[in-house]
Design a protein around this ligand. Structure first.
Ligand SMILES: Cc1ncc(COP(=O)(O)O)c(C=O)c1O
Length: 384
């Protein structure tokens, strides 16, 4: 075997030896065929297969094409892209918004641009929650910015770090998720914004897992606060919105800056009209889904209580994402396989996605799950 291929093979063997090898699960069954009970997805509001979204995608495709043909700055800017951005900005209470083809791309492109040393005149001081998503780290790495990590959700620690650096003239940036994707716990976004204001920092909040599920009309935890022009709120269309793509809601100035500086915006084909059509329709549906949101969060609470009764650890979850911390990768994978044998699909999450010693099942609840589904899951977990 070619030398470099041998090295890849050795890297895979090393992962397998540690119980950390990843492989693709079997494809989900086609619509209409009997499906297992699935807790592995992020379709939190059960919108991905809603006929309204599929119809909206087809309608958008007929009007604007299956592909957008180029970057927004060239041929890819349609009235649909602009209408979606106007709607996001209006509902988030910001001056502007900008959409991207994926959430990962949104974070990588926007964070890299916002931390750009050349534009800022010096390397920014970046304060980041310890459990932020990998795409946020990528944005920092692309900008060559060192992160100062604060303990997960610990705003006293963040404040102490900000105080320590208060007299440094370098620009300050705070990065956090609002609902954390692996733990299902929630940041105090109002307190984060207060701290950011006090220390003159830019605040960047990732609402990937909050969009659709939290907020008075379902537009995320930040919907409930008056956003400062120096707060940038990111979210995705790939989870509760049942489509794909990402967005930032921000000031007009920040949008103009990103259009000029975010490589992942400038040099990438605009999101397909098909997904923009579906995402916009889902966005419009959110305010009407209050009962579904309440049901979803009530079932998540019932699941946590049930897990505790079984002596299982749901960590610090306070949302529709409920981990079952099983500590080792081996125990986690074995439990996932035993559940699969009973027709219940869950995700096994291992390092490096989560810290060492924190391997877990990740249960993503959806508004389409029923009380009986939760009871079946608990019964299966209790029988293992
Ligand atoms: C917190 C967070 N941000 C961003 C992303 C990336 O979003 P997408 O899946 O749309 O690329 C994810 C994906 O899981 C995420 O958990």
């Amino acid at each position: 075997m070619n030398d470099i291929l041998q090295r890849y093979a050795a890297a895979l063997e090393s992962l397998a030896g540690k119980g950390l090898l990843r492989s693709l699960p079997a494809p989900a069954p086609e619509a209409g065929r009997a499906a297992p009970l699935d807790f592995s997805g992020n379709d939190y509001m059960g919108l991905a297969k809603r006929p309204e979204l599929v119809d909206a995608a087809l309608q958008a495709g007929r009007a604007y094409g299956a592909g957008s043909t180029g970057s927004r700055l060239l041929s890819g800017n349609t009235p649909l892209h602009q209408a979606f951005e106007a709607r996001i900005a209006a509902d988030k209470g910001t001056e502007a918004a900008l959409i991207f083809s994926s959430g990962y791309q949104t974070n990588a492109a926007c964070i890299a641009a916002l931390l750009d040393k050349m534009a800022l005149g010096s390397e920014p001081l970046v304060f980041a929650d310890k459990l932020n998503h990998s795409s946020m780290h990528l944005g920092c790495a692309l900008a060559g910015a060192k992160q100062t990590r604060f303990r997960h959700l610990d705003l006293n620690h963040l404040q102490a770090l900000l105080e320590k650096h208060a007299n440094e003239p370098r620009p300050k940036v705070i990065l956090s998720e609002s609902v954390f994707g692996m733990d299902g716990d929630r940041a105090d976004v109002a307190a984060l914004q207060t701290l950011a204001r006090r220390f003159g920092a830019l605040l960047y909040i990732d609402e990937a897992h909050a969009t659709g599920v939290f907020g008075p009309r379902g537009y995320g935890l930040c919907e409930a606060i008056d956003l400062d022009p120096a707060t940038v709120v990111m979210g995705t269309m790939s989870k509760a919105l049942g489509a794909s793509g990402g967005y930032v809601a921000c000031s007009r100035l920040v949008r103009d800056y990103l259009i000029n500086k975010a490589g992942g915006f400038i040099f990438s084909t605009a999101p397909s009209p098909l997904v923009v059509g579906a995402g916009l329709r889902a966005w419009e549906l959110l305010p009407g889904l209050d009962a579904e949101r309440k049901g979803l969060l009530a079932r998540a609470e019932a699941l946590r209580q049930g897990l505790l009764k079984l002596g299982l650890d749901p960590g610090s979850s306070s949302s529709h994402i409920v981990p079952v911390i099983l500590v080792t990768p081996e125990r986690t994978v074995a439990t996932k396989e035993r559940l699969a044998a009973q027709g219940i699909i869950v995700s096994a999450v291992r390092p490096p996605t989560v810290p060492q010693g924190a391997s877990r099942l990740r249960l993503g609840l959806s508004a389409t799950h029923t009380d009986a589904d939760i009871a079946r899951l608990l019964e299966a977990l209790g029988s293992l």
